[in-house]
Design a binder for this molecule. Structure first.
Ligand SMILES: [Zn+2]
Ligand SMILES: [Zn+2]
Length: 256
């Protein structure tokens, strides 16, 4: 236990330790809650903030879109089932969840990936506990960034989330199975049709292990599903039969 006299030295000491040990040390050496700045003994966010991050909302059991009724599937999934078997989202693109994603992605706060990865693992764990027939995937595949974009950002946020989630669930993750071969423009301002065109043949899937037939694609935000749809096509072509989508935020728009 640190004495009160030594306390003022703590932030400096931790900053140095973090610099030396890299992002994993940041997961282990928190100063205060990342969201409310309240002092905490363990973890990265305080208990209250962590509970706020665990959102539940009525949704389509297949694609994760919010549903106004108690129906289990949205009309679109009934009419045209998506290429993936199920989408698990930690919540909608709303505060405080989207703030964590924003800090990770645009302010390069890679520490946030620890919380998001843990949150995702907990979401899957809860679902597994509620279900009698759940099979966890054989591997996690983070949505790749184009190498140029990854160099600019310095990291791939989906990969960081996948790493932490995989570690918690004891599932391997692989980033070399899928490459992004098209340096696509930002999809933020594009409509559904344009996003679909933008993502056409954006990924190249490597030769996969013969016994691989069940994977989960990891992404931070799923909006229209144009990105995951394109990736699903590639993986299905390569022989993967069951593809789940695990994402942090699901935005309430219709898929292509
Ligand atoms: Zn807090
Ligand atoms: Zn649906």
């Amino acid at each position: 236990m640190l004495s009160l006299q030594k306390a003022p030295m703590l932030p400096h000491a931790l900053t140095l330790a973090r610099k030396k040990l890299g992002q994993y040390a940041q997961c282990l050496l928190p100063l205060s809650c990342l969201l409310c700045q309240q002092g905490i003994a363990t973890g990265l966010v305080c208990h209250t903030c962590y509970q706020d991050l665990k959102q539940t909302y009525p949704h389509c059991l297949r694609c994760g879109l919010p549903l106004p009724t108690t129906e289990s599937m949205c009309g679109q999934c009934v009419r045209t089932p998506p290429k993936f078997t199920k989408l698990h989202a930690c919540g909608l693109f709303e505060p405080p969840l989207n703030q964590l994603v924003y800090h990770l992605k645009y302010q390069k706060q890679t520490t946030y990936s620890c919380v998001l990865g843990q949150l995702m693992a907990e979401r899957i764990h809860t679902h597994a506990a509620e279900s009698v027939t759940i099979n966890l995937p054989q591997a996690l595949i983070p949505v790749p960034l184009h190498p140029r974009k990854e160099r600019q950002r310095g990291f791939n946020q989906a990969q960081l989330i996948a790493e932490h989630c995989a570690k918690t669930l004891a599932i391997p993750w692989h980033s070399h199975w899928v490459k992004r071969v098209k340096n696509t423009t930002s999809q933020t301002q594009l409509n559904i049709k344009q996003r679909k065109r933008n993502m056409h043949q954006a990924f190249k899937v490597a030769a996969l292990p013969a016994q691989l037939d069940h994977v989960a694609i990891i992404d931070d935000i799923v909006t229209t599903g144009a990105t995951i749809n394109s990736l699903c096509k590639g993986l299905q072509k390569a022989g993967v039969k069951q593809i789940e989508i695990w994402c942090i935020c699901r935005t309430p728009t219709t898929r292509p």
